[in-house]
Each structure stands twice: as structure tokens, then as C-alpha cells.
Ligand binder design. Structure first.
Ligand code: S6P
Ligand code: ZN
Length: 190
């Protein structure tokens, strides 16, 4: 919680000592993805904060190669919705992914084109397997800590962002006053 006279210090920032690309996703790149558009507009008036970052080791996008890296979702909310990644299906739908949570707390929101969904807890030490066909989004539910995950997936997988950008996920993770809750997305357009 921000106070008018205080400040907080974030300790132990995890950054890989070797990587080929570093992507920063800012608020402006998430337009239309948060449920509270007025809260989004209010936040955007004060600048364009970095919501999450991805460090990746490059490998050729061919069968047999694996991509790995570190994803860091910063703490914060747009209205009552926690900072989160865009989320995506893999373009090659039949490819899976492994996540290993290194720090922080959060949720992995997942769903299939067939209508199944699942929300899994993320906490340091937790390993999550995202099977083929499951879209995935990481959500940082901590008030002041980064959510840091290591990911590994087939280099040929590719990303389908469009489907999620257009219709959203079936479930949102909101703080309605009692911490993180799984809530039906009223704007889901499947
Ligand atoms: C890639 C993998 C992660 C995400 C990263 C950011 O398949 O799932 O590297 O790219 O967590 O999420 P997004 O949805 O913006 O790519
Ligand atoms: Zn992925």
C-alpha cells in the first residue's frame, strides 16, 4: 500500500546473467485487456509503467529446440485486477510449456479452445506443466513483490495473441477486498 510519506525497497531482484532478448511490456500495450477501462485510463494519465518483463535465450525455431527464459510480472493493479501477462495460445496448439516459480505469488490462468479452464496457484518452488492446447496467463497477486518464473517451451511453438486479445480469458483474477478471487469474465467473447 502506498503511503504519502513512506517508501518501500524491493530486495533480491532476480535477473538472469545471460540472455539474448529482453522485452518490456508496458501498460499501453495492454489496452483493452483489463476489465476496468476507466481505471486503465486513469493509470495511463500518470505515465506508462512497465507491467512485466521477459528475458529469453534465443534458439532456432525448429523441431527439437527448446526456448527458455525468465518472466517477471511486477506487482500492481489496474482497478481491482492484478498486473498480468497478455496471455496466449501457442500457434502450434499441440505444444506444451513448463513453468517453475522462483519468487513471488500469483496465479496461472489457463483455458482450452474446447471450454475447459483452470486456475493454478504459483509460489516459489512450484512447478506447473501447461499441457498442449491450453492458453496461459501469469497474474501477480502479491502486493509488493515481483512474480518470477522460469519457462521452457518448444522453440517452434510461436504465439497466438490475437485470440486472447479479441475474446479475453474466461476467468479474471480480481481483488474485491479479500485478496485474489477467480471471477467470471463478463466480457468473455467466445
Ligand atoms: C512463452 C511463455 C512466456 C511468456 C511470458 C510473457 O510461450 O509462455 O515466455 O511469453 O510469460 O507472456 P506473454 O503472454 O506476454 O507472452
Ligand atoms: Zn507460452
Amino acid at each position: 500500500m502506498d503511503t504519502p510519506h513512506g517508501f518501500h525497497i524491493t530486495f533480491g531482484r532476480i535477473v538472469p546473467d545471460r540472455y539474448d532478448s529482453h522485452l518490456e511490456r508496458r501498460l499501453s500495450s495492454m489496452k483493452g485487456q483489463y476489465s476496468d477501462e476507466q481505471a486503465f485510463a486513469r493509470l495511463a494519465q500518470n505515465g506508462d509503467p512497465v507491467l512485466y518483463e521477459v528475458y529469453e535465450l534465443a534458439r532456432p525455431a525448429v523441431h527439437g529446440e527448446l526456448l527458455s527464459g525468465i518472466s517477471i510480472v511486477h506487482p500492481g493493479k489496474v482497478g481491482n485486477e492484478y498486473y498480468m501477462t497478455k496471455g496466449h495460445f501457442h500457434q502450434l496448439l499441440e505444444t506444451a510449456e513448463v513453468y517453475y516459480c522462483l519468487a513471488g505469488r500469483g496465479r496461472m490462468v489457463t483455458e482450452t479452445p474446447e471450454g475447459d479452464w483452470a486456475v493454478e496457484e504459483l509460489a516459489a518452488g512450484k512447478v506447473l506443466y501447461v499441457p498442449p492446447r491450453w492458453a496461459h496467463r501469469s497474474v501477480n497477486t502479491s502486493e509488493n513483490e515481483d512474480l518470477v518464473t522460469l519457462f521452457v517451451y518448444p522453440a517452434e511453438a510461436g504465439h497466438d495473441y490475437k485470440t486472447i486479445e479479441t475474446r479475453g480469458f474466461r476467468k479474471l483474477i480480481l481483488d474485491l477486498g479479500k485478496g485474489p478471487e477467480v471471477v467470471d469474465n463478463p466480457a468473455w467473447g467466445g
